[in-house]
Design a binder for this molecule. Structure first.
Ligand code: NAD
Length: 355
């Protein structure tokens, strides 16, 4: 018998095509009158659409969200929020815009409406990662969870191929680690397996035709499901490593997830055979870790940390940081094991399941 605890996260989800047109109604639903509009990097044109829709309810606009939520950016945006006396944040963009929105909400108690344009999944989690002096720390609080998420598949049709691929693998990583999480439960298992199946089927279709709206909607739905898993259960080795590589070595979030995932899966395979078999079955491949590596390689994604600018000389320090504090993971995390994993990931070798 499997014992478990499950807590549902109270978000309102609006999903479809053209749903960005409902932002104004959703602001009213929350009783918002003075909106701070946040836009992710290079998404000023999408922010302009919302400015036109919300009209005089836009009290201020901040376009400077950055990856890994650096504290100095949050401080500047918070000054703007306070000066404009806002009561609500509307954020459009990927995880960077969502992260900034959460950082403001936890400080100012503002309601949040997130319009995601990538598959990062942060919009449905009560988790905030912030970077101060090169160290990324995370906190978890109900005040961080956005009230409303508006998924509009139309906004994802122009997502470039490279980001589409790496952001989808970022979502896949949430699903994979949820399946072997210490807090796994029947609800997250269902969502995670559905996300694995959908991403594996839809991603090659989207990469062949970036404007395939049906396949795009399957990816976006999977990103929501995988993000919901991330918000419900603890993650393991893979997320810990990516967190270290992003926060302390400045590596790009989604691309790092893409390179590390098959290696983290290979590392955990000896201690989670049953889960890896379910993932392999959902993917329609003989081995889950190899299946992810081959999918990424076939679709032209990054396969080595070296190509992301990570230097092999940093492996000992990264291993030290990633193993400094114990955390639940199917296979015990040892400095030697992590050094080996990072050596293979840095070189881009095909993952070899551990003993
Ligand atoms: P991002 O928000 O920085 O976006 C990546 C790039 O995609 C940007 O250059 C952006 O301009 C571009 N982009 C986004 N949408 C686009 C669109 N529709 N068309 C064209 N270009 C578009 O990165 P991300 O990968 O979405 O998110 C990464 C951040 O999110 C990191 O800071 C990570 O730590 C955080 N994150 C947090 C959680 C959580 O639960 N706390 C979960 C996942 C990610």
């Amino acid at each position: 018998m499997q014992s478990f605890t499950y807590t549902g996260q109270p978000s309102r989800i609006v999903f479809g095509s053209g749903t960005v047109g409902t932002v104004g109604d959703e602001v009213s639903r929350l009783g918002g009158n003075r909106v701070l509009l946040l836009a992710g990097p290079r998404l000023e044109s999408l922010a302009a659409v919302l400015t036109a829709q919300l009209g005089s309810r836009v009290a201020a606009r901040f376009d400077g969200a950055a990856m890994h939520t650096p504290l100095d950016v949050t401080t500047r945006a918070m000054e703007m929020a306070e000066a404009a006396d806002i009561d609500c944040v509307v954020a459009i963009g990927g995880g960077s815009a969502t992260g900034l929105s959460k950082a403001l909400a936890v400080r100012g108690g503002y309601d949040q409406i997130i319009v995601p344009t990538t598959y990062a999944g942060s919009e449905v989690t009560p988790v905030l990662g912030e970077t101060v002096d090169g160290v990324k720390t995370t906190r978890n609080s109900p005040a961080i969870l956005p009230e409303t998420v508006i998924y509009d598949v139309d906004l994802t049709l122009d997502l470039p191929a490279a980001i589409t691929l790496t952001s989808s693998i970022n979502a896949l990583a949430h699903a994979v680690e949820a399946l072997y999480s210490a807090q796994r439960n029947p609800v997250t298992d269902l969502m995670a397996l559905e996300a694995v199946t959908s991403i594996t089927r839809a991603l090659p279709l989207v990469m062949a035709d970036l404007r395939d709206a049906e396949a795009r909607s399957a990816l976006l739905r999977a990103a929501w499901l995988a993000g919901t898993c991330l918000g419900s259960v603890g993650m393991g080795l893979h997320h810990k490593l990516c967190h270290t590589l992003g926060g302390s070595f400045g590596l790009p979030h989604a691309r790092t997830h893409t390179v590390v995932l098959p290696h983290a899966m290979a590392y955990n395979t000896p201690a989670a055979h049953d889960v890896m078999e379910r993932i392999a079955e959902a993917m329609g491949v003989p081995d889950a870790a190899s299946g992810v590596y081959d999918l990424v390689a076939r679709l032209g994604g990054p396969i080595s940390l070296a190509e992301l600018g990570f230097d092999a000389e940093s492996i000992p320090r990264a291993s030290e940081l990633a193993t400094a504090k114990p955390y639940p993971n199917p296979r015990p995390v040892t400095p030697a094991g992590i050094r080996e994993l990072l050596t293979a990931a840095t070189a881009g070798h095909h993952p070899v399941p551990g003993p």
